[in-house]
Design a protein around this ligand. Structure first.
Ligand code: UD1
Ligand code: CA
Length: 451
């Protein structure tokens, strides 16, 4: 059976106290909405509809950035979760498979849980994801009769007896598209919140003699984000899981609690990550690489046997081949370093290609930006860049070529050549002593005048 995902993301998120739509606040470098999309991607949905309202344009473009098949349905007024799902009807007009409804502010539903819902749906007309709540609070309650889900009652509308139920509604629902929209047409808003409740479809389905059931997951998966404090708690939960997973996969984390992962960080077996390392989105680190303390990596690839840091910054487009060394206070952006190349101290390498085993001396800068355009620097294999060389791009340093320390290189250097581009040194015998005497005499005169 083909499946469509409908992700509800129209809410304002008042408690975030933010200009940004709630679902665009980030965990591990990705919007909450993207986390929900990733959960749903497990079942390879045929259609993907985001119901957006507040900040709909921004929400739509974030959704498409992640998956360009994402369609957006506009919910102009937030009249309830049932009303929200109805807005997806038009986008699903030609679709006759199953619909799974997810919430854009609920980032941790595991792919296996969605698979469980799909399996249960094969045997039931309506499936709801529930969880046993330690503190059921204001969640909707699932009223069961054996394995049959009879109805969902919202906290606001529940009797004391119903409020005593601890099996709660996560909000996630699955049903055939035609059934879902037909039932939703019957939903009214005669309730405590005067909203069109998605949850009402269960009792309506049962009244028609359709089957309904609940599958359950751990409460941690259903964690939703409604405030900055909950966002921080969700981030902490994500990080705790990412660290545990990395270690299970054979990565050494010297001080796990200080390492910060992105939602898509990939690290190979036997890589070592020292304390206080931050991974932004889009990083892959191969087996056996060493990421030393206080390094910041984003949008980059570190190959087997490479060493990064301490205190290194790899920015988007940094591509380190095997056995490359990038040392302290080195920033690399949009640059490929071929096998065995070294930049060990205090350098900026941007928009560059560095050949095999080239050695970049301390303080080297690729001057890649002229204030208007970016230009490329090419450094040949086995080249030796003297300390404090300015490479004014576009410029090419040949294979095995060298630059004298302190050079400002503005012209290409051919293979095997040494380029020196700095003022010539002049030594004046005895002049240091003479100069010191003159200065000391000056100071003595001044001190006397002051006293
Ligand atoms: C909902 C459920 C409740 C469940 C809880 C789990 C209903 C009626 N209630 O309650 O049983 O225990 O979630 O968290 O479904 N949204 C829209 N448009 C709307 C209304 C909501 O897009 O008109 C979106 C929100 O942005 C949010 C999600 O739907 O992502 C849930 O809405 P919310 O108002 O938080 O529902 P709850 O009252 O928490
Ligand atoms: Ca909620």
């Amino acid at each position: 059976m083909s499946t469509a995902l409908v992700i509800l993301a129209a809410g304002m998120g008042t408690r975030m106290n933010s200009d940004l739509p709630k679902v665009l606040h980030k965990i591990a470098g990705a919007p909450l909405l993207v986390h929900a999309m990733k959960s749903g991607a497990a079942i390879d949905p045929e259609k993907l509809v985001i119901v957006a309202g507040h900040g709909a344009d921004e929400v739509a473009s974030a959704a498409r950035d992640w998956d360009d098949r994402a369609e957006t349905a506009l919910q102009e007024e937030q009249l309830g979760t049932g009303h929200a799902v109805l807005q997806a009807r038009e986008a699903l007009a030609d679709f006759d498979g199953d619909v799974i409804v997810l919430y854009g502010d609920t980032p941790f539903i595991q792919p296996e849980t969605i698979e469980k819902i799909v399996a249960a749906r094969a045997l039931n007309d309506v499936v709801v994801l529930g969880f046993d709540a330690a503190d059921p609070g204001r969640y909707g309650r699932l009223v069961m009769a054996g394995d049959t889900l009879e109805r969902i009652v919202e906290f606001k509308d529940a009797s004391d007896e119903e409020r005593a139920i601890t099996l709660c509604n996560s909000g996630i629902v699955a049903a055939n598209a035609a059934t879902l929209f037909r039932l939703l047409d019957k939903v009214g808003n005669d309730n405590a919140a005067a909203e069109y409740y998605l949850t009402d479809i269960v009792a309506l389905a049962r009244a028609e003699g359709l089957s309904a059931t609940a599958v359950t997951c751990d409460e941690s998966e259903t964690l939703g984000v409604n405030s900055r404090a909950e966002l921080a708690a969700a981030e902490a939960a994500f990080q705790a899981r990412a660290r545990a997973e990395a270690m299970e996969n054979g990565v050494t984390l010297t001080a796990p609690d200080t390492v910060h992962f992105a939602h898509d960080t990939v690290i190979g077996r036997d890589a070592v990550v020292e304390p206080n390392v931050v991974f932004g989105p889009g990083v892959t680190v191969e087996s056996g690489a060493l990421i030393r303390a206080f390094s910041h990596l984003e949008g980059c690839h570190v190959s087997r046997g490479a060493t990064v840091g301490p205190y290194a910054r790899l920015r988007p487009g940094a591509e380190l081949a095997e056995d490359v060394h990038v040392g302290n206070f080195v920033e690399i952006k949009n640059a490929v370093l071929d096998e065995g190349a070294k930049a060990n101290h205090l350098s900026y390498i941007g928009d560059a290609h560095v050949g095999e085993k080239a050695n970049i001396g301390a303080g080297t800068i690729t001057c890649n930006y002229d204030g208007v355009m970016k230009h490329k620097t090419e450094i040949g294999a086995n080249a030796f860049i003297g300390s404090n060389t300015m490479l004014v791009a576009p410029v090419r340093v040949g294979n095995r070529a060298m630059t004298g320390s302190g050079s400002v290189i503005t012209q290409d250097i051919e293979d095997d050549a040494l380029a020196i581009a700095r003022a010539t040194q002049v030594n004046k015998p005895g002049l240091a002593t003479k100069l010191r005497e003159i200065l000391q005499a000056k100071k003595a005169k001044r001190d006397k005048g002051a006293g």
